[in-house]
Design a protein around this ligand. Sequence first.
Ligand SMILES: Nc1ncnc2c1ncn2[C@@H]1O[C@H](COP(=O)(O)OP(=O)(O)OP(=O)(O)O)[C@@H](O)[C@H]1O
Length: 246
Amino acid sequence: MPALTALIEIERLTKRFGAFTAVDDVTFSVARGEVLGFLGPNGAGKSTTMRMLAGFMTPTSGTARICGEDVVDRPVPAKRHLGFLPEGAPTYPEMTVTGFLQFCGRARGFHGSALGDRVAHAMAMTQLEGVRLQPVETLSKGFKRRVGLAAALLHDPAVLVLDEPTDGLDPNQKHEVRNLILSMAPTKAIVISTHILEEVAAVCTRAVVIARGRVVADATPAELAAKGPSMDAVFRALTMPESEAA
Ligand SMILES: Nc1ncnc2c1ncn2[C@@H]1O[C@H](COP(=O)(O)OP(=O)(O)OP(=O)(O)O)[C@@H](O)[C@H]1O
């Protein structure tokens, strides 16, 4: 088997807020073709890890690299290869969907017909054409999520970091977004955070489980499922504090 190229490399990443350690010595890498599910209960440290990986938060210690570029030392080349969907809704809520995506595209250095093509393609992938002239603030939660996703995909980056990409979507929209992720997977390295266990089986080639800031499992969905009677039971055993005492 040919060696897989790791496009995301996280090494001993740690974030402390005062005396509290939110992310504790986290190490993993993601190769092209992999969709990594980043799982954990509320407050486990998923968003904090993703923000550090995306260069939006400075680590207390450890490193994160995207396509070989350190996100702290070389933020501009690192971000060129990155599409990031943060938690929550897109900023600039008063802009229309088209206006917001054009703004994001210009910030990425696109102009003229290339900009128009990029925006049209991203809107088609995320099925936003029907709301293209609506201000972002007037959209439902699921549509706002898709606007954020379109912004992350605009420049066709090799690495996608998606924080709860299907949050707020109805079952049909969830299905569409999962299909979109699967269709992009062969050519990219993708990390998605989620607490929806079925999402891991549906789209992920690998799962990293985090609890209280620490990695407690790094396995394929099938390997995880084989550890117990159900994915729910495995997740609880891995992430509940009681299990540590057992
Ligand atoms: N800026 C901050 N200052 C202090 N504590 C913070 C800050 N950001 C996050 N935390 C804390 O760090 C921990 C990890 O938070 P994080 O948002 O990364 O968790 P999460 O796994 O993404 O949770 P959720 O599934 O609820 O989104 C939480 O206890 C949170 O309260």
